[in-house]
Design a protein around this ligand. Sequence first.
Ligand code: XIL
Length: 326
Amino acid sequence: LALKSIADFPIGVAVPVDPWPNSLLRSKQRQALVEKHFSSLTAENGMKMAYLQPRPGEFEFTHADALVNYAKSHGLVVHGHALVWHTQAAPWMDEYQGPAYRFTEMLDSHVRNVATHFAGKLKSWDVVNEAFTDDSPSDYRPTIWFNNIGPGYIERAFRLAREADPNVELYYNDYNISGAVPAKLDRVLAMLDDFLARGVPIDGLGFQVHIDTESPSLEAIRDAFSRAAKRGIKVRISELDIAVNQSEQYDALSPAVAELQAKRYQQVIQAYLDTVPPKLRGGITVWGLTDGDSWIPGFKQRQDWPLLFDDNFADKPALVGMANGL
Ligand code: XIL
């Protein structure tokens, strides 16, 4: 069983780069799983603003480059994540006190430098991540970028990215848009329709799909994917994980719950294949390799087992579920 051989679109995983302790490049066991199952890599953190530009005008590409080189030598593509985000912006960006136009310069310089550095080496970029709130009616999130530049920062980032790297695919990426908060997807699609109508360069929409075994409903997930695909743009599942311990009732992953999770992986993949025609499939990326690598326990402050491999690097039923869905 090797996921990548079952699909004719990229099957990806998010991995840490150096100097994270569980960095892919420091772990032969993780490399074995990556090389067997995956055809695409995303840096889980290593290509975010804070790490690529830790000090004003000082770019640090060493660790991200090492991942890109590893991917190239093993025949994997790389999805860049993310050129512009409010979380994990560099502290010097968050703390900057100065006129608003300086934030435009900051944004321009970051996007230009980073997209130029990686030009020709990546399959795709998340150009802007999480620009909308979850509130109803959902609106632009008040980030340092929005507050200082206005909503035009999004379009600006897409245009700059295209200028720097004419062939890379450009995505907008967000969470809770695969059924959880329909009003948020409405806003994202309205922005997309506007971009497409005005010729702002955008190639696709990334659905993070951080979900659990109960919600959203499969019907809501299918509806969300199909609404995006109807635009004729590419659709990615960009950060898939399926939590099982949302009610915190478990101390360990039982075989029954592991099977329930496997079924849910299968259904989500099937929903993607049923609603997104082959030429629009940008691929599916799971957000981490092993359960121990997952960000969910830290973020949700609870135990959980959301991924395809256990802490001993063994296949979980979820892996079989995903394969069955493909
Ligand atoms: C997460 C990483 O997995 C964590 O290691 C980090 O501490 C915080 O960010 N949405 C995104 C990802 O777009 O970048 C986030 O990744 C998870 C939520």
